[in-house]
Design a protein around this ligand. Structure first.
Ligand SMILES: Cc1ncc(COP(=O)(O)O)c(C=O)c1O
Length: 405
C-alpha cells in the first residue's frame, strides 16, 4: 500500500507552504497562518474524492476508529462484531471505549462471513465492524441487510482500502461511519494520520470535538470554546495534512498503476490451475493493493512460503496465518487480556472468552492464503521476472508434494 514509493516535489511543495508560515497546528492562529489551512483542505478533498458529506482528520487510523466508535455512542457492555483477520488496531479501538470485541470468522473474501455475523448477534450486540482488508471490500449488501434487520450500527474499518469501491460507493462511506489510515504504508500517506468519514452531521460534530478535547469549535477564540463533552487529543498536524493533500491529488495515478501491476501478476499466477484467488464481492471495486491467492492445502502453502524464503523472494509476500499483527491465532496478548490499565473483571472475562473461541473456519482460509503486495515501482519486465519465478517455484513445490502423496 505504497503511496510513499512515489514521494515527489508535490509533497515537498505542500509541506513547504506550512514551513513558510511556521503554523504547524490545524486550529487557531488565523492571522499568522496567512490563509494556509492544509487540514481543512484535505478534509474537503476527502469528501469530494470519496463522496461523503463529512470528514474529520485524526492523528492515526487507530484514533479515527476510537473516535468513530465513541461518536456512535458505543461503550461499556456493548458488543462489536469484528473479523479474526484484521490489524490489532481494530480491537484496540473497541477495547479503548470499554466495549467487547466479538470475533467472527472470515471467508474466502478475507472479510467478515455474513452468516457467521448473524450467528454471533446477541442482545448486547451494538455494532458490526467489517474490515476491508488488503485493498478490497466486504460483502456490504449482506452486512447492511443484517444491520438493518437487527438495528445495528455499521462501522467500516477501511484503513487498508483507500480507493476501493463497492457497487460504485467508496470504502468507508457506506456505513454510519468509516475510517482511513494514512500511516506510512497506506495507499496514500500523511506519514501518520487518519480520517473518520460519515454522512451523519451528528457523528461529524461529535468526531470534530472528540479529537480536540471536546472543543465545540464554534468561535475564533479557542480559549472561549465550550466543551459539551469530554474529548481527547487525536489531532493531526498541518505538516502531516500537507503531505496527505499532495497524495490525495495523486491517488488516481497510484490506483491506476496498482491495478495495472496487479492484473499483470494475476495473469501470470493464473497459469497454475491449483491456485485460486480471493473472492471479491464487487471485483470492479478492488483497489488492488495486494494480490491474495490460495493454495490447495496448508502443507503446500507452508512449503511454498519456505521455498520463497530459501530463494530470497519472500519479502513482499505475506503469510498472514503466521503473522503476529494481523491474524487472531498469534494475538496472545489479547487472548490473555494483557493490558496496562486494569480492566473491569467482567470485561476482561468477556475479552478472553471471545478471543479464545474456535476459529477453524478462518484457519481453513488463512492457512492457505498468501498476499503479494503490489508495488508502484515495478516495471513490466520486473513483474514478468517475479511472476515467472513464483510460478516455477510453486510448480516445483507442487511436484514434490505430489511425489510424497
Ligand atoms: C485494518 C487496519 N485498521 C486500522 C489500522 C490503524 O491505522 P494506524 O496505523 O494509522 O493507526 C491499520 C493500520 O495498519 C489497519 O491495517
Amino acid at each position: 500500500m505504497p503511496g510513499y514509493e512515489l514521494w515527489s516535489d508535490k509533497e515537498r511543495k505542500e509541506v513547504n507552504d506550512v514551513l513558510a508560515t511556521g503554523i504547524l497546528m490545524r486550529y487557531g492562529f488565523d492571522g499568522p497562518r496567512k490563509g494556509i489551512w492544509k487540514s481543512k483542505e484535505l478534509e474537503e478533498a476527502i469528501c469530494k474524492t470519496f463522496g461523503c458529506k463529512y470528514a474529520q482528520l485524526t492523528s492515526s487510523g487507530t484514533s479515527a476508529l476510537t473516535t468513530a466508535i465513541s461518536a456512535l455512542g458505543i461503550g461499556y457492555g456493548d458488543e462489536v462484531i469484528t473479523p479474526t483477520f484484521t490489524f490489532v488496531a481494530s480491537f484496540e479501538a473497541i477495547l479503548n471505549v470499554g466495549a467487547v470485541p466479538v470475533f467472527v470468522d472470515v471467508d474466502d473474501t478475507l472479510t467478515l462471513n455474513p452468516d457467521a455475523v448473524k450467528k454471533a448477534i446477541t442482545s448486547k450486540t451494538k455494532a458490526v465492524m467489517p474490515v476491508h482488508m488488503c485493498g478490497s471490500m466486504a460483502d456490504m449488501n449482506a452486512l447492511i441487510a443484517i444491520c438493518k434487520e437487527h438495528n445495528l450500527i455499521l462501522i467500516e474499518d477501511a484503513c487498508q482500502s483507500i480507493g476501493a469501491t463497492y457497487k460504485g460507493k467508496h470504502a468507508g462511506t457506506i456505513g454510519d461511519a468509516g475510517t482511513f489510515s494514512f500511516d506510512f504504508v497506506k495507499t496514500m500517506t500523511c506519514a501518520e494520520g487518519g480520517a473518520v468519514m460519515t454522512n451523519r452531521e451528528d457523528i461529524f460534530i461529535k468526531s470534530d470535538g472528540y479529537t480536540d478535547h471536546g472543543h465545540d469549535h464554534k468561535g475564533a477564540d479557542r480559549g472561549a470554546d465550550l466543551h459539551p463533552f469530554i474529548g481527547y487529543n487525536y489531532r493531526i498536524s498541518e505538516l502531516h495534512a500537507a503531505v496527505g493533500l499532495a497524495q490525495i491529488k495523486r491517488l488516481p495515478e497510484f490506483l491506476a498503476i496498482q491495478k495495472k501491476n496487479h492484473a499483470q501478476l494475476k495473469n501470470i499466477l493464473a497459469q497454475i490451475p491449483e491456485i485460486s484467488f480471493r473472492r471479491i464481492p464487487d471485483p470492479a471495486g478492488d483497489s488492488c493493493t495486494f494480490l491474495s491467492w490460495f493454495l490447495p492445502t496448508e502443507e503446500i502453502t507452508r512449503a511454498v512460503v519456505n521455498e520463497m524464503k530459501i530463494q530470497e523472494i519472500l519479502p513482499g509476500n505475506f503469510y498472514w496465518y503466521d503473522n503476529n499483527w494481523h491474524y487472531i491465532r498469534k494475538w496472545d496478548h489479547l487472548k490473555n487480556a494483557v493490558t496496562l490499565n486494569s480492566l473491569h473483571p467482567d470485561l476482561k472475562a468477556q475479552v478472553i472468552h471471545h478471543a479464545t473461541k474456535d476459529f477453524a473456519a478462518s484457519d481453513a482460509v488463512m492457512s492457505r492464503c498468501i498476499s503479494t503486495a503490489i508495488s508502484l515501482l515495478w516495471t513490466e519486465d520486473q513483474i514478468k521476472e517475479k511472476g515467472n519465478k513464483m510460478v516455477a517455484l510453486i510448480k516445483k513445490v507442487m511436484s514434490v508434494q505430489k511425489v510424497i502423496a
